[in-house]
Design a protein. Structure first.
Length: 252
């Protein structure tokens, strides 16, 4: 019944807006008639005005790795804790100079998983309640780096979490634990401010975190400058213009 309703809506539509190119390909594969309909790929984005007041700049005393949102379902970041402990045990990472700040509705026992009783991890990871959007952006702008976490699995290559747009606009470096062949990895790489590793690649996660940490210690973290023109393409002003162009096209 749902598919019948979906097909009726698509047949009647004058134009189609897709969230991602992958979504567009999937729909055209299922409904070939969509290939000839006016269409545009218009993802979520960010509001430029939200970034006028937050002051960027990370702490020089503590390297703050910030995660915004809730971990749930398979989103249990055990690989990150394992990578961190490996760096600590090898002497590459000073546990007293790094903090992982998690903002959102989270359960400590779930997020820390089998590392919940590890004293090093418990001291390092700090949980904060859900923050209003503007306050959350301030926390992002003050971070040393931002954590993006999308475990690999069926259909996860096309997962595009909404926070990625604020992450990109913040200009802060991104530790991306995401499918390397997915759309999130492509965006982080094209923006030029993130390092990508699969969630099963413990060594890769550790190498990327250590790279960011060492850049922070040497004062080189601010040299990671995003591709501003690429990032600007996700501003809601630009996206609204794409929608307006699609509406004008179907109105002809």
């Amino acid at each position: 019944r749902e598919l019948i309703m979906e097909s009726r809506v698509l047949i009647a539509a004058a134009g189609i807006s897709y969230l991602t190119e992958q979504m567009r390909a999937n729909f055209v594969s299922r409904y070939p008639f969509l290939a000839t309909k006016p269409a545009a790929v218009i993802p979520n984005g960010f509001d430029e005005e939200d970034f006028q007041n937050p002051k960027p700049g990370s702490s020089r005393e503590i390297f703050h790795l910030v995660y915004s949102g809730s971990f749930y379902d398979r989103r249990q970041p055990d690989p990150l804790w394992q990578a961190i402990l490996g760096l600590v045990e090898s002497g590459s990472l000073d546990p007293a100079s790094i903090a992982v700040d998690i903002f959102g509705k989270n359960t400590v026992s779930f997020v820390l998983g089998r590392f919940a009783q590890n004293e090093t991890i418990r001291r390092m990871v700090r949980f904060h309640k859900f923050q209003p959007h503007r306050r959350n952006l301030q926390e992002l702008m003050r971070a040393g780096a931002l954590l993006l976490f999308i475990p690999s699995g069926k259909n996860t290559r096309s997962v595009l979490t909404g926070k990625i747009f604020d992450y990109l606009r913040s200009g802060r470096p991104i530790l991306a634990i995401v499918p390397p062949d997915g759309i999130a990895a492509e965006m982080v790489t094209r923006a030029g401010t993130g390092f990508v590793a699969d969630y099963q690649d413990i060594a890769g996660i550790g190498q990327n975190l250590l790279r960011l940490y060492q850049m922070w210690r040497s004062g080189e973290l601010e040299t990671l400058k995003p591709d501003l023109e690429y990032v600007a393409g996700f501003s809601r002003e630009r996206l609204a213009a794409k929608l307006a162009a699609l509406i004008e096209e179907v109105a002809l």
